[in-house]
Design a binder for this molecule. Structure first.
Ligand code: NAD
Ligand code: DAU
Length: 379
């Protein structure tokens, strides 16, 4: 395999840390640079197990910092960028849309321009280079619930086949689905996707874009549904269910997303788009009940004793009703499949959070931010 120098942005976040770990462990001859600003969502504790590996380097940097990123590309002779850094939480985007436009749109543009200028300055130009942008299914908007009853929670489904897909509607997001974002978060991601494609169409930059559904698994920041609820159940705190809890999301185990990213980075077609999803639709309220029962069982409580923590609250503004990704193209063209059934994935995830309570407590107690401020202030 040819040696590569790769920057992974947002590598201290949830999905990014899984991608960094996979690449560092799998490609010992690559140099993997994790570039992260360490916002509230960035946590180097996510990467303790690989931080001393010789092919790994951490750089604290804002993706909006064009000059320093351009210099990094030159100094490290970067030939691949896997771009995950973003503001990622819909609720925060509703409160503070400017930060989302700045990081997700201007930050992406800054990386694109630096990559273009540096690679164009090389004798081989774009040969062997890749700018891989990680995006979301939320850019496609929301799907109808034409079959609101769906099928009973999918305890008998396999996560990988469309025949067993728990469909709450007849439509799915395809790579060709028109963009129709509704939240400031998804609007900022849609805008960044357009810039990435524009850099291919205008300058020939070798780009790839993927749009993935909801991820779950270890190291997810506990503002997102599953880790937030696991932690609240543990502490017997209320579980704030938005609206009626009937919105549908399509869940994928985070390590399966990381494997797809590896495959697409190496084998995907330049200028192409791939949807990534687990064919695994769940209504929020059903997933919440499974999480409660799993936590109760693993903590030795009576299974279901914490169902009374469910508290219906005001709905999220502009709350998208249903997401469902059709990832057939990725499955057919590159042979990717989710590895885990949802039941296994949830069991693994709940166990991980319960076994890593210190990780959770460091974040939720506020010590986490102070720790990183003092550790990295002068780097
Ligand atoms: P996350 O919020 O857990 O992590 C984001 C990371 O980006 C953090 O480490 C943060 O410090 C870093 N970051 C933020 N602003 C930065 C800046 N200006 N400069 C440098 N670093 C910065 O996010 P996540 O859930 O891991 O999502 C990663 C990517 O995947 C995002 O682009 C998101 O849109 C996309 N995505 C997420 C999901 C999901 O379910 N979580 C699904 C599909 C796509
Ligand atoms: O679809 C991919 C997207 O999935 C990613 O692009 C985003 O970065 C990621 O955050 C996620 O977005 P969601 O808004 O779907 O995830 P979240 O965990 O915030 O919410 C999942 C569902 O649960 C959603 O319908 C809102 C609901 N919810 C969420 C929280 C935090 C609640 O009912 N209560 C809550 O407290």
């Amino acid at each position: 395999m040819t040696k590569k120098n790769i920057v992974i942005t947002g590598g201290a976040g949830f999905i990014g840390s899984h991608v960094v770990r996979l690449f560092v462990n799998k490609y010992s001859d690559y140099k993997i640079i994790n570039l992260d600003k360490l916002t509230y969502a960035g946590n180097l504790a996510n990467l303790k197990d690989i931080e001393n590996k010789p092919n790994y380097k951490f750089v604290k940097m804002d993706i909006c910092d064009f000059d320093n990123f351009y210099k990094l590309m030159q100094d490290e002779k970067i030939d691949g960028i896997i771009h995950l850094a973003a503001e990622s939480h819909v609720d925060r985007s509703i409160k503070d849309p400017f930060t989302f436009a700045k990081t997700n749109v201007m930050g992406t543009l800054s990386l694109l321009q630096a990559a273009k200028l540096y690679w164009e300055s090389l004798p081989e130009k774009y040969e062997g280079k890749r700018f891989y942008h990680i995006s979301t299914d939320e850019v496609y908007g929301a799907l109808q619930m034409t079959n609101p009853e769906g099928v009973e929670p999918p305890f008998t489904t396999t996560a990988s086949s469309k025949e067993h897909h728990l469909a709450y509607g007849t439509e799915f997001f395809l790579e060709t689905t028109k963009y129709n974002p509704h939240s400031p978060y998804s609007a900022s991601k849609a805008s960044s996707d357009h810039f990435v494609r524009a850099f291919h169409d205008t300058y020939g930059l070798p780009t790839i874009v993927t749009n993935c559904s909801n991820n779950y698994g270890p190291y997810q920041f506990p503002e997102k549904l599953i880790p937030l609820f696991i932690n609240n159940i543990r502490h017997k705190k209320p579980l704030p269910v938005y609206g009626k809890g009937e919105n549908v999301r399509d869940w994928l185990f985070v390590e399966d997303h990381a494997r797809a990213i590896d495959l697409i980075f190496h084998k995907g077609n330049v200028a192409d788009t791939y949807n990534i999803g687990g064919f695994n639709e769940w209504k929020n309220i059903d997933i919440i009940k499974v999480v409660i029962k799993t936590v109760d069982r693993l903590l030795g409580r009576a299974e279901g004793e914490d169902l009374n923590l469910i508290t219906y609250v005001k709905d999220r503004a502009g709350h998208d009703m249903r997401y469902a990704i059709d990832s057939s193209k990725l499955q057919k063209e590159l042979g990717w499949e989710p590895s885990l059934q949802f039941e296994e994935g949830i069991e693994k995830t709940v166990k991980w959070y319960l076994n890593n309570q210190e990780w959770m407590d460091n974040i939720t107690s506020g010590e986490y931010e102070k720790y990183y401020e003092s550790m990295y202030a002068n780097r």
